[in-house]
Structure formats: C-alpha cells, structure tokens
Design a protein around this ligand. Structure first.
Ligand SMILES: O=P(O)(O)O[C@H]1O[C@H](CO)[C@@H](O)[C@H]1O
Ligand SMILES: [Mn+2]
Ligand SMILES: [Mn+2]
Length: 407
C-alpha cells in the first residue's frame, strides 16, 4: 500500500546554489529575502502583515533546510519544538533554471543539453521565424518581438493588438516563445491554433515551450490574463519517473500544469484549476480518490507566475502563508503508506533584479505517517526526489538519483 504526493511550489528557492554566479544570481534567496522583508515590516499589504508566518512548513524542517542551504535560519523561521518531517535541500544538475528542466530533473531526468534562447535584442526572433509564422498563421504581423514581462507587455500593447489583430509575441530568459492574444477579439481557439504553428516552427531553434497567454479586458487598467494558458512543451528526452511508474502499472494524476510540462507523457488523469488554493482543493479531491499505487503530482504556479516574476514580496509571502495553513488538512488526509514531498523547480526571488528565475537550492520536505523525521542534508540533484518516490513505490531504480529515505 503506497502512494506518493509530490507538490512543486513553483519557484520556491531557499538560497543561491553553488553555481548561481554563472547565472548572475549569487546571493539570491527567495525564502530568505521574503522572510527578511516580512521581519522588517516591508511586506505588508491588504492581505497580510508582519513576520512571515509559516509554522507548519517550519515544523516540517523548512527553517533548518534553509539554514543548511545558506548558513542561517531565515528571520522568524526558528523552530523550538521537534521537527516533524524529513528535510533537506537540493542542487540542480540541469544547465538551465527553467521550469521543464527543474521538473524533469525532479522526475529523474536532468537536462544535460542547452536549450535554445532568443537574444536580448529587438527584434528578438530571427526574421525567417517571424516571416514563416506570419505567413503560415495568416497574420497581419506580430507585436512585441522582444523580451518582456507578460503582464507589462499586455498593458503596453493590448490595445494595439485589439485594433490590429496582430498577436503579441515575446520571450524571457526561459527557452520560450510566448503568444498573448485577446480571448474574444482574437479568439481563444485561434490563439491555440497559431501556437501549434509556432511550436513546429521553433523546433529547429531548440526552444522548450510555446505558451499561449490569453487575456481579457478592454484597457490597460483591466487587461487580465486568464486561466486558459496552454503550454506546448517538447517531451522529455529520456523516460521519467512518470513514464516508468505508469509502465509498471501505476497511476499518475496531474494537478495543474504538470501534464503540460511532461508533454502529457506517463499521465493517466489531468485536473486543472486556477489559483493556488483552487489547485490545492483539486489536489485534496484527488488524494481522497487516488488508488493505491498512484502519484498525485501538483504544481502550484502562482508563487512563480503571480508573485516571483512580478517581484511582489507581500504577494509571495501571502501565498506562502495561504499554502502553509493548509498543511494540517493535507496531513489529516494521508493514508498509512503515503509519502508527501514538498519541493520546488527553481527560485524566483521577488527581491532580485530583473524579473526572471534565480538559480537556487530547492527545499525538500518529506513527510507521511511512516516517514521518519530528521535531516537528510544536501542532495546533489533534484533527481533524488524521483528516486525516493520510485523507491517508496517499489519500482526499479531510476537511472539518476539516490533515495534519501533509505540511506
Ligand atoms: O512574464 P510571464 O509571461 O509571466 O512569463 C513567465 O512565464 C514563462 C513561463 O514560465 C516565462 O517566460 C516567464 O518569464
Ligand atoms: Mn517554474
Ligand atoms: Mn517562471
């Protein structure tokens, strides 16, 4: 009787990784800087105030894991009592600090090649790519064609997009080609169709994802992205935990954008919802129903998309507090053979320069009725998470990673 519940708090780093300087991220610390701002009264908004209050994650060992990663417990995250979880911190082997690299590595497949990236120039996309896209998608042209924050660029170009029918195409430090278009004026299905066209066209450039970013609203003040985001991702280059587990007869249930990130491979059921708390609700429903020999795999994207990239410290702190308060409910729902792992795929320090991800250690908090608490130290790769899950579920070991539950 065994099940695994993996929760990726997207972008929840706990201190800059040893190779962070290569990314210009030395000193970044998503959790530590949020906790510092909160302790100094610099992270108050209409939803929260004061020191960061995440006692349940702290009781699972989060403060200690952060101390092992950075040398100090983040302000306010000391824990007096007994630690209830097994905890550690993990380094990323993959060359990039993007979402697919982090997730694939968690599932035992580090990314040992370089993704393609578009340059920090305007235009950013090669002319042959843009020309072919405009022609094949029958467009009057494209807007953007630069590196941008997705919310800023719709505020800047949304009205011109509505007027001209030209979609807004942009990229970031990730290996992405993103297309923002209005759900009604341009049409959601049409946006999905042109994303399919773009996905084929970016393949020679080794781009990991094309992302549809639909939005609604009529003016910069009320343009809002909707939950109909869709990611088209290239499939993992090797078999992941999800492939191997499902081939061995297990059932993988995806909550949120997990299925998209693994190009829908090795996944039996997909559930979507909008917002961290709705995703948490959906996850709880799946946990209640998931059979023995299953994985419920959830990505909580708001941490990254709504707060990390937006450099919104109080928003991120509030999201952490909202998540934390639900951990007892999750613990109460567990069955005897359940293993829960809370982790992240990269950092996105909301106090850092720019608006991209940060190269950080991720927390690994493991708990469940039969999981012995205590530290398991620094892990060389996120793949130790997948290997631990494989071990827990009794399938053959993955090619990469060392289980942290059995020495
Ligand atoms: O600014 P937005 O559109 O949210 O973009 C963010 O989301 C994309 C995928 O994670 C990345 O390109 C990142 O920069
Ligand atoms: Mn991510
Ligand atoms: Mn991101």
């Amino acid at each position: 009787m065994a099940r695994a519940i993996i929760i990726v708090a997207d972008s929840f780093g706990i201190g800059s990784a040893p190779d962070a300087a290569k990314f210009g991220d030395q000193g970044s610390d998503t959790l530590g800087h949020i906790a510092e701002h909160c302790a100094q009264g610099l992270a108050d908004n209409d939803q929260r105030s004061g020191p960061l209050h995440i006692p349940n994650m702290v009781a699972l060992g989060l403060g200690e894991a952060a101390k092992d990663a950075t040398g100090r417990v983040p302000p306010g995250l000391d824990h007096g009592g007994a630690i209830l979880g097994a905890f550690g911190h993990a380094k990323e082997l993959s060359r990039g600090k993007d979402t697919p690299s982090g997730h694939w590595e968690i599932a035992g497949v580090p990314v040992d090649f370089d993704w393609g990236y578009f340059p920090q120039t305007v235009p950013t996309f090669p002319a042959e790519l843009t020309d072919a896209f405009i022609k094949q998608a029958k467009l009057p042209g494209i807007l953007g064609n630069c590196h941008a924050s997705g919310t800023n660029i719709i505020a800047d170009l949304g009205q011109e997009h509505i007027k001209t029918g030209m979609p807004i195409c942009y990229t970031s430090a990730d290996s992405v080609f993103q297309i923002a278009a209005h759900e009604e004026h341009f049409g959601l299905d049409r946006l999905y169709d042109i994303c399919e066209i773009a996905f084929k066209l970016v393949e020679p450039y080794n781009i990991g994802r094309v992302i549809a970013r639909p939005f609604v609203g009529e003016s910069p003040a009320d343009f809002k992205r909707t939950a109909n985001r869709r990611d088209l991702a290239i499939p993992p280059h090797k078999s992941t935990l999800l492939d191997l587990f499902s081939n061995a007869g297990g059932k993988v249930i995806s909550v949120g954008k997990i299925a998209d990130i693994y190009a829908h491979r090795g996944i039996a059921k997909k559930v979507k919802a909008s917002g961290n708390m709705a995703l948490f609700d959906a996850m709880m429903t799946e946990i209640a129903e998931a059979p023995d020999n299953s994985i419920v795999f959830t990505n909580l994207v708001d941490f990254d998309m709504e707060f990390g990239h937006r450099r919104d410290v109080p928003g991120y702190a509030n999201a952490l507090e909202e998540f934390d308060v639900r951990i007892p409910e999750l613990r109460n729902a567990l069955k005897p053979g359940d293993l829960v792992i809370v982790t992240a795929d990269h950092g996105c320090d909301p106090t850092w320069r720019g608006n991209d991800h940060t190269r950080e250690f991720v927390p690994v908090l493991a708990f469940g009725p039969a999981i012995a608490p205590g530290p398991f130290g620094m892990r060389e790769t996120f793949a130790d998470i997948g290997q631990t899950v494989a071990d827990h579920l009794g399938i053959a070991p993955l090619a990469t990673g060392t289980s942290f539950l059995n020495g």
